[in-house]
Design a protein around this ligand. Structure first.
Ligand code: SF4
Length: 321
């Protein structure tokens, strides 16, 4: 249920906003794997086009954070703060996506940034927690407390299909916005607007709760800024159509690229619902290429597929510099 709800919400937001959307991204700093946000909405900022021009992939965070400049190439070991093997891999990925330019000097590989990394390419990051059925809230309270107290995102929203009562609202932190969303019709009602949080201030990350005691870590603004950039990069590279279509003839793509099963008459999660053990499985290799998610993404969002890149232009400038 939650998978279909999540995809329907992404498809709706893709249509209704100019956000770049991605699913299932880490949203904690001190204990990185401890919080995974269902949907992240990246609101484009003034330098969005500068970022889009570089690459359609995620630029490796360590490359973005590298002290290497644009003007002069430095040895990889100096440019990337990591174990030498990892540093090489990170440099490879950064060269491959066009953010680093490389050259050999005296047998040593040197890299420099092919362009300055744009600071203000996104305005806001919105975290959306999906809980289609508020009658089964699971870990919802803890998740929302983590998000609001850490304030890594500019806004936090709870999306549900349930009727939202006053009692529900009282149990949800008051800064959290609430949407009621109907996945079948794509109707979204804003029950409560989210209040903007302050990502530039220190945050408190809840690590563990014990009876009478809560373990926390204080996260300073610089750590939050770095994590926000990583989330933005990941969101830009990843998107929300991260599933592969199954090789089953009953699976078809909706016009927005969701995997819909004609046999069960609903959107399915190919990773968990589909396979030869399914009662409706009908082998059909062609079905695995039912949708071109990247083409839909390029057509419907500000994300730019396969941009020209910045390396060659910079090299040209160097020649005359
Ligand atoms: S494998 Fe089963 S659930 Fe998946 S598309 Fe085929 S019939 Fe539907």
């Amino acid at each position: 249920m939650e998978f279909g709800f999540e995809l329907a919400l992404c498809a709706h937001l893709e249509h209704a906003t100019d956000w770049v959307l991605a699913r299932q991204l880490g949203g904690a700093v001190a204990a990185p794997g401890s919080r995974v946000v269902d949907v992240v909405g990246l609101v484009p900022g003034p330098a969005f086009d500068d970022r889009a021009r570089i690459t359609d992939r995620t630029i490796p965070p360590k490359a973005v954070e590298s002290t290497a400049g644009v003007g002069e190439a430095v040895p990889v070991a100096e440019a990337v703060d990591a174990h030498p093997d990892r540093a090489r891999g990170i440099a490879d990925a950064a060269v491959d996506c066009g953010f680093f330019a490389e050259e050999r000097r005296g047998g040593t590989r040197h890299v420099r940034k092919a362009t300055r990394y744009p600071d203000d390419w996104f305005d806001e990051l919105v975290a959306i927690e999906n809980k289609p059925d508020l009658g089964r809230p699971g870990d919802l309270r803890r998740q929302l407390r983590v998000d609001t107290s850490l304030a890594l995102f500019d806004r936090v929203v709870l999306a549900t299909e349930s009727h939202v009562t006053g009692a529900h609202l009282n149990r949800i932190p008051e800064t959290v916005g609430v949407w009621r969303f109907h996945p079948d019709t794509g109707d979204r009602e804003v029950v409560r607007e989210a209040t903007s949080l302050d990502p530039d201030a220190p945050g408190v990350e809840l690590l563990a709760e014990h009876p009478g005691r809560t373990d926390v870590a204080v996260v300073d603004p610089a750590e939050k800024a770095a994590k926000r950039r990583r989330i933005a990069e990941r969101a830009y590279g990843k998107g929300w159509r991260t599933y592969a279509f199954p090789g089953c003839g009953n699976c078809e793509a909706t016009e927005d690229g969701r995997p819909r099963c004609a046999h069960f008459d609903r959107v399915v999660d190919p990773a968990s619902d589909c396979g030869e053990s399914c009662s409706g499985w009908t082998a059909d290799d062609a079905a695995a290429t039912a949708a071109d998610g990247d083409a839909l993404r390029a057509e419907r969002t500000p994300w730019v597929r396969d941009p020209p890149g910045v390396v060659r232009r910079q090299t040209g400038l160097d020649r005359f510099g």
